[in-house]
Design a protein around this ligand. Structure first.
Ligand SMILES: Nc1ncnc2c1ncn2[C@@H]1O[C@H](COP(=O)(O)OP(=O)(O)OP(=O)(O)O)[C@@H](O)[C@H]1O
Length: 595
């Protein structure tokens, strides 16, 4: 098939978004409808030489190509094949093309949106291993004794865990699969996308312990990187709890202590005294560059928790530095004659050299509830034959969506004006008895002001937390909440990822979320490990359509409206005004001196 000049206005290539708009109306916008219909009839006539085509977006087409094809006025001059197999042949009008990129456009043309989306994904994402998003024990722990060993199973039972969740079961078995050892194959990297609160931490901590226990010499064998110091501390606590009986230890590098104090937890006379490093990226890189004796030569596992967030942060340079510290730069050299030599080389395509049983591969493990938000970004991590475990919700509206929420979450929204929101949050907590609550606000100032107002209104112990507070203050706020000294914590998004705070019954979003990822992580602070939890988004009626659009990326999101009577707040207005005045004074020191 060849395209001639003059046919260009008949080419239309809907992108992911505009496919939705264009699927019903596939004509160009700047023509009158009658003319459009005529043009369409002529062009779908099987005997006619000119044929109109819909170009489905594909992974092969560049964005420039797509936008050029999308434009009705811009001439498209390249030769466009009908499909890979049929390039150079005329399409036959009587045949329904099944899996083609370009379809004859007629009255009965249907654009398969789902197929087009899948076509745009990298192969390793398309071949993801499906995992149930259920957060319920499947079977009991007796079934896992052969995989994890009796001691770990005993510890799990002590913590009240009766069985592994489906995702944990599959991922742990993959990580501990003995076949890699037997065959000498470099193990595949692992990506796990599973809902918040589905136990991803244990899905890497337990296998790491199993793999590292019993090693003869102390050396840093695994590095676990997390985006915030609070999250790193949380993972450190889980690791030390389960690793203690096996004489495995970890160093926590988050900048909470001074550099020299952290070095003392890591090395003694220049030699490592721990097996695992749990760190935030910046502090980890500081140690890698500045601490003599801190080397990664024997690291076999690199875990990136909240990996999509880490990619956004510093991951590009970080991965390169970590790999440079691990590998000698000899990827082109054949090592067949060097068996027994312990130099490490970067993994390459499978060959006789990569099957060298004496080499120590680095395995990367990536975890996040929103890992699949943009798989393209993960290429910065240099994954080696990645295997994706993608948890899908059972009662999903659409199975091709990137994220799933925990089944035990009840989502709600409440319509209200911005000026009554502080009072509303207080009223919900005190008068609707919503229980232990996290409120997500946008900025430090907003958190602070909201805390003052709520404290002033009374009957509520509340703390606030934001990224630009000192780390120790943040720790204190979390400890107060954890120990039950307060029942409400008002935080910025610094608290939205990974934190596993005790018995959070409600998550309140003070503003409508700006992305589905943010929403998934924020509401995911409740309804964890199959416990019931509720979320509530505060929004104005004008923001409603935007919220629905944002949440379309989530397969099982169902937001109900929270019914309330705004006049219920009236009796508190006087006190509320005094509370607002108190917040104004506290935030603006100049006002304080005036009164
Ligand atoms: N098999 C299990 N049975 C019961 N509880 C479990 C099990 N596995 C983990 N948990 C508990 O579930 C809670 C959530 O686990 P974890 O913090 O690892 O979730 P996550 O998937 O990492 O969530 P997020 O995406 O928010 O980081 C923890 O309190 C943990 O102790």
């Amino acid at each position: 098939m060849s395209m001639r000049k003059g046919e260009d206005e008949a080419i239309k290539a809907p992108s992911k978004e505009n496919k939705e708009e264009s699927s019903d109306d596939s004509t160009t916008e700047d023509e009158p409808p009658s003319k459009k219909r005529k043009l369409k009839r002529e062009k779908t006539d099987p005997s006619a030489k000119t044929t109109e085509y819909v170009v489905q977006s594909s992974s092969q087409s560049s964005s420039e190509d797509e936008s050029a094809a999308r434009s009705p006025t811009k001439p498209v001059q390249e030769k466009i094949p009908h499909s890979e197999a049929e390039a150079g042949t005329e399409p036959r009008a009587e045949e329904e093309p099944d899996e083609v990129f370009f379809q004859p456009l007629g009255a009965d043309t249907k654009v398969e949106k789902k197929a087009a989306l899948v076509a745009g994904l990298p192969l390793w994402v398309k071949q993801a291993v499906p995992v149930s998003a259920k957060v319920e024990a499947c079977g009991n722990l007796d079934e896992d004794v052969d995989v994890l060993g009796k001691s770990l199973i005993r510890l799990l039972r002590d913590d009240g865990i009766t069985g592994l969740f489906p995702m944990q079961k599959q991922v742990i078995r993959e990580l501990l699969d003995p076949r890699y050892d037997i065959m000498g194959l470099p193990p595949r990297d692992i990506c796990v996308a599973a809902p918040t609160g589905s136990g991803k931490t244990l899905a890497y901590v337990l296998p790491l312990i199993k793999l590292l226990k019993g090693l003869f010499e102390k050396a840093i064998r695994a590095v676990i990187l997390l985006p915030t110091s609070e999250l790193a501390k949380q993972v450190y606590d889980v690791f030390t709890r389960y690793a203690a009986p096996f004489q495995l230890s970890a160093a926590l590098l988050t900048g909470l202590k001074s550099h020299s104090e952290e070095v003392k937890t890591l090395l003694e006379r220049g030699h490592p005294i721990v097996d695992v490093v749990i760190a935030t990226p910046k502090t980890f890189l500081n140690h890698l560059r500045l601490t003599p004796g801190f080397n990664l030569r024997l690291v076999s596992h690199l875990v990136l928790d909240e990996a999509d967030r880490m990619v956004d942060m510093v991951i590009h340079g970080l991965i390169r530095e970590v790999e440079n510290a691990i590998y000698v730069d000899d990827s082109a050299r054949c090592r067949c004659s060097e068996i027994g030599n312990f130099e490490r080389s970067r993994p390459t395509a499978i060959s006789c050299c990569t099957m060298d049983a004496h080499s120590l591969p680095l395995r990367k493990l990536l975890y996040s509830a929103t890992l699949m938000s943009d798989p393209e970004k993960l290429r910065h991590v240099n994954l080696f034959y990645p295997r994706v475990f993608h948890a899908k919700a059972e009662h999903a509206n659409r199975s091709d969506k990137a994220f799933a929420l925990p089944d035990s979450l009840e989502e709600r929204k409440i319509f209200c004006d911005i000026d009554v929101r502080p009072l509303l949050v207080w009223w919900l907590f005190v008068h609707q008895k919503m229980g232990r609550m996290i409120v997500f606000a946008r900025s430090r100032e907003e958190c602070h002001r909201l805390r003052i107002v709520i404290e002033f209104m009374g009957s509520c112990k509340v703390v606030d937390l934001s990224a630009d507070m000192k780390k120790r203050q943040r720790q204190k706020a979390l400890a107060d909440f954890d120990e039950g000294l307060c029942d409400m914590i008002i935080a910025t998004q610094v608290l939205s990822r990974g934190m596993d705070l005790k018995s959070v019954e409600h998550v309140v979003l003070y503003h409508a979320p700006t992305s589905a990822e943010d929403y998934v992580h924020m509401v995911g602070r409740t309804a964890r490990a199959n416990k019931q939890g509720k979320s509530l988004v505060l929004l104005s009626p004008a923001e409603n359509a935007k919220l629905s659009k944002t949440l379309k990326a989530i397969s099982n999101s169902k937001v109900k409206e929270f019914q309330w009577d705004p006049s219920s707040l009236r009796e508190f207005y006087q006190n509320y005004e005094a509370a607002l005045a108190s917040a104004r004074k506290a935030i603006h020191p100049k006002l304080k001196t005036k009164t």
